[in-house]
Design a protein around this ligand. Sequence first.
Ligand code: FES
Length: 81
Amino acid sequence: MDSDPKKELLDKLPPILKQGLDKNLCTCNEVLKIDIINAIVNGADTVEEVQKQTYATDGIGCCERQVQRLIECLCAPETKK
Ligand code: FES
């Protein structure tokens, strides 16, 4: 079985951030947490870029800190090649 790079990145998330992947992280725009993670894994390394790709944080911005935290965890220097 191929190793899944996405799974490796997910393993780097603190357990609390791994919960509810299939639930809306951005409830304003109904964006699933996993979709936001996918956008970050695919290169969206700023809140603005995540917003462009997924519309998350484009409501009243209430999920911005959570998106920022995911970016920090997934784009931490030790996880970058
Ligand atoms: S929950 Fe994402 S902008 Fe409000």
